[in-house]
Design a binder for this molecule. Structure first.
Ligand code: IPE
Ligand code: IPE
Ligand code: MG
Length: 262
């Protein structure tokens, strides 16, 4: 088990703040951004790294605490080998170039996902960056690489079963959540997917249960601070009911009522 437990949106009603505490983004549309400009798809990935830099800064300035970026899914191995290897090289290069700056800015860096298929040099660079920034608390940047939501849940369940082979009555939500790779973070408040597709693509399946979803046609390399503000603006117009009625929210006692009658 890692980290302290955060409120589970299905078991308790989380505190809601105007600025999302945790933003999770599927950075999609790099290939199309490049093709529109008659450039190779990978040129879009290179530009995508600049957008990452911009969005980290913008999130920090706006008071977001956790930013989780989907960089490479467990299904992205199905892409042409040269694109996969370009992405790996780009990840390695970008991390080496940026890690000192991340650290200077008080950012704690983590990678979530199954790194067993990654090049040992990349894995070593990731682990070094995680170790270097391990004591930082100002901002939490997590990159999902070879990540899949189903992999994460299965992994957590398998670990629990191995640790408690005698258990016959199953496990609790809290026990499972504590084994997930994002157990160190509150559940995302705001999910953003750029690039126009309206799907989750096996991202944080467990944690997105009550996350506000925002989809935009803007391609990831074009996603800037103004685009982020639009997403946050949309988020601020949502009513996060977590199963309650609007009236209960207005009265501000939905949670108490539910608990009293439970
Ligand atoms: C997202 O952009 C980046 C990765 C999946 C690594 P895409 O490469 O999926 O771009 P499109 O969707 O083809 O435009
Ligand atoms: C999802 O993007 C994963 C990342 C952004 C890393 P894809 O572009 O691969 O998603 P699908 O497969 O089209 O849904
Ligand atoms: Mg895509």
């Amino acid at each position: 088990m890692t980290g302290k437990a955060f409120t589970s949106s299905t078991r308790d009603i989380p505190a809601v703040s105007a600025v999302p505490r945790h933003v999770a983004i599927i950075m999609d549309g790099n290939g199309r951004w490049a093709r529109k400009r008659f450039m190779p798809r990978v040129a879009g990935h290179t530009r995508g790294v600049e957008a990452v830099r911009t969005i980290i800064r913008a999130c920090m300035e706006r008071g977001v605490d956790y930013l989780t970026l989907f960089a490479f899914s467990s299904e992205n191995w199905r892409r042409p080998a040269d694109e996969v290897s370009f992405l790996m090289q780009l990840f390695l290069r970008s991390l080496k170039k940026e890690v000192a700056r991340l650290h200077q800015n008080g950012i704690r860096f983590r990678v979530i996902g199954d790194l067993s298929r990654f090049d040992p040099q990349l894995v070593a660079t990731i682990r070094e960056a995680e170790a270097l920034t391990a004591a930082n608390t100002r901002f939490h940047l997590s990159v999902a690489a070879n990540y899949g939501g189903r992999w994460d849940i299965l992994n957590a369940m398998s670990r629990l079963m191995a640790a408690h082979p005698e258990r016959r009555d199953g496990f609790t939500e809290d026990e499972l959540a504590a084994e997930l790779s994002m157990s160190f973070a509150p559940e995302p408040d705001l999910f953003i997917r750029t690039g126009g597709e309206k799907r989750i693509s096996n991202f944080l399946l467990w944690q997105l249960a009550y996350t506000e979803l925002y989809f935009t046609d803007t391609l990831w390399p074009d996603f800037d601070a103004d685009a982020l503000d639009e997403a946050i603006g949309s988020y601020q117009g949502r009513e996060r009911r977590f199963g309650r009625t609007s009236e209960q929210l207005v009265e501000g006692k939905g949670a108490d009522d539910a608990e009293r009658h439970a």
